[in-house]
Design a protein around this ligand. Structure first.
Ligand code: EPU
Length: 460
């Protein structure tokens, strides 16, 4: 049975001012949404945050200048650039949007607590620093709202390459005279690790001899990093598979690279189109990166049209595809289980759960990447969803409608889920702790406003 959520038949008029007011003018902000508009139109996705971060860190591996294009303008990127400056990089965003980066000082080797606590991905500097400078001291990232997030696999990989690692006083310190390639199995209790694979792959590019990473993560963002490393002169093969082979080289040079589109942002807009019963075309996306997601949308009764590859070149096509999503008047219940790529991504769990909250019937959402990534459940329930958490799963009974409420964003993807809930809820929703969204979504409310959503920022 399908149940129609709160979607009026007539598309409402667009609110005139959705333009983001700079944080410094407003101080803390909240996001306001008046639900009930069917979204329609076209939206272009930005470059992938989770590709941009490791690729920018990889510029530590060479002295000459790299140019990284299509990097989204996000808090996380700005924070990382600040961290990299402290590590001896001259790194700037230019008016054309490209980031240029080059090493001007090869002596710093430390990322302190005040930086790492703002930016978990700074742990990525461990591999490049130890490979290039023989020494790295990085504050341990610790846990976060989506789980404990250990870095034991990063440490295991670097130790296998010959680095001497000490963990004390909240820091991980790695030292080595020369890294030496070896065979490394990089899997843990929850499967492969994305940043762990990135870290070890970067370190191995400058190691002596051959490194084989077994059970490597094969996420598109790892592929993108591997392609950037090869453009820098590295010799990485097996790209996109669970077995990466890296033949160490003497040195790397700068490269020019365009970051792949953000598949998680694309999936978020798919959910926005579907949950509002709208008709949304997402452009500049790679449908191949989203096949597990597309499959689940179709299972949930959403109409999805994918563009055909245009050039036949798997990499060139990555930037040029489109996905059209049409909500068919309410979604069907379905189950999802998050898994490493090419399975259903954990970073789209909260967004799909929002859609299931207003579907007809019972759905089960199971987390097999971050079993504790359910902080959004309590907030969803405040808006009228019926969800019970059971271990690493959430059981949902779809409701016919939601009601707008003040809610609190708990992490980046949870905040995107709350926005989706707000788009379909009756009345006004207020989303607090907005900095989570700014960490990872470029101009989210401007893009949604362009699709007809009533969404704007106010001082909080
Ligand atoms: N894990 C370990 N030991 C390790 C590393 C990971 O046990 O040394 C576990 C984790 O606790 C988790 C699983 O392995 O249970 C997978 O974690 P992974 O290492 O793959 O996550 P990550 O690399 O730290 C990246 C993304 C996350 C995304 C995950 C999974 C970046 C900057 N972050 O994190 O993105 O959820 O992969 O796909 O690329 C986000 O963008 O909102 C986000 C959280």
């Amino acid at each position: 049975m399908t149940i129609q959520a709160n979607i009026p038949n007539i598309v409402g008029t667009r609110k005139s001012s959705s333009t983001r007011i700079p944080c410094e003018e407003l101080g803390p902000q909240k996001l306001m949404i008046e639900g009930g508009q069917r979204l329609h139109g076209k939206v272009k996705v930005s470059g992938a945050k989770n590709s941009s971060l490791p690729i920018l860190v990889a510029t530590l591996l060479a002295d000459s200048e790299s140019v990284v294009r299509n990097v989204p303008d996000l808090e996380d990127v700005n924070t990382l650039m600040e961290i990299l400056r402290n590590l001896g990089l001259e790194i700037e965003r230019f008016p054309d949007g490209a980031i240029r980066s080059r090493v001007v000082d090869n002596t710093p080797y430390e990322a302190p607590y005040e930086h790492v606590q703002r930016m978990r991905a700074s742990v990525l500097a461990l591999g490049p620093l130890v490979a290039r400078r023989g020494h790295a001291r990085i504050s341990l990232p610790g846990g976060c709202v989506i789980g404990t997030r250990p870095i034991d696999l990063h440490i295991k990989g670097l130790e296998a390459l010959g680095a001497k690692i000490e963990v004390r006083h909240g820091y991980v310190e790695a030292q080595v005279r020369e890294l030496v390639g070896t065979r490394i199995y990089l899997g843990g209790a929850y499967g492969s690790t994305v940043l762990g694979t990135a870290n070890i792959m970067m370190a191995a590019t400058l190691a002596k001899g051959r490194t084989v990473i077994e059970n490597a993560a094969c996420e598109p963002e790892v592929v993108d990093l591997a392609r950037f490393l090869n453009a820098m002169g590295a010799e990485v093969s097996g790209i996109g598979s669970h077995r990466l082979v890296i033949d160490g080289v003497e040195e790397l040079h700068g490269a020019d690279h365009t970051v792949i589109p953000d598949r998680i942002e694309a999936g978020t807009f798919m959910a926005a189109g579907a949950i509002t019963g709208g008709d949304v075309t997402i452009e500049g996306v790679c449908p191949n990166h989203l096949m597990a997601v597309v499959d689940k949308f179709i299972e949930a009764g959403v109409s999805v049209d994918l563009s055909e590859p245009t050039t036949g070149n798997i990499y060139e096509d990555s930037y040029k595809g489109s996905i059209r999503v049409r909500g068919m008047g309410g979604t069907l219940s379905t189950d999802i289980t998050t898994l490493p790529y090419p399975g259903y991504p954990t970073d789209l769990q909260a967004q799909f759960m929002a859609m299931l909250a207003v579907s007809g019937g019972i759905s089960v959402v199971t987390e097999k990447v971050y079993p504790d990534r359910f902080m959004h459940v309590a907030e969803y329930c405040r808006m009228g969803a019926k969800i019970r958490k059971e271990g690493p799963s959430a059981i949902l009974a779809g409701v016919p409608g939601l009601s707008g409420a003040p809610v609190k964003a708990t992490d980046l993807r949870a905040s995107a889920g709350l926005v989706l809930m707000g788009l379909v809820a009756l009345g006004k929703s207020e989303i607090h702790h907005l900095h989570h969204i700014d960490r990872g979504y470029e101009k989210l409310e401007e893009k949604l406003h362009g699709l007809g959503a009533k969404i704007w920022r106010e001082a909080d």
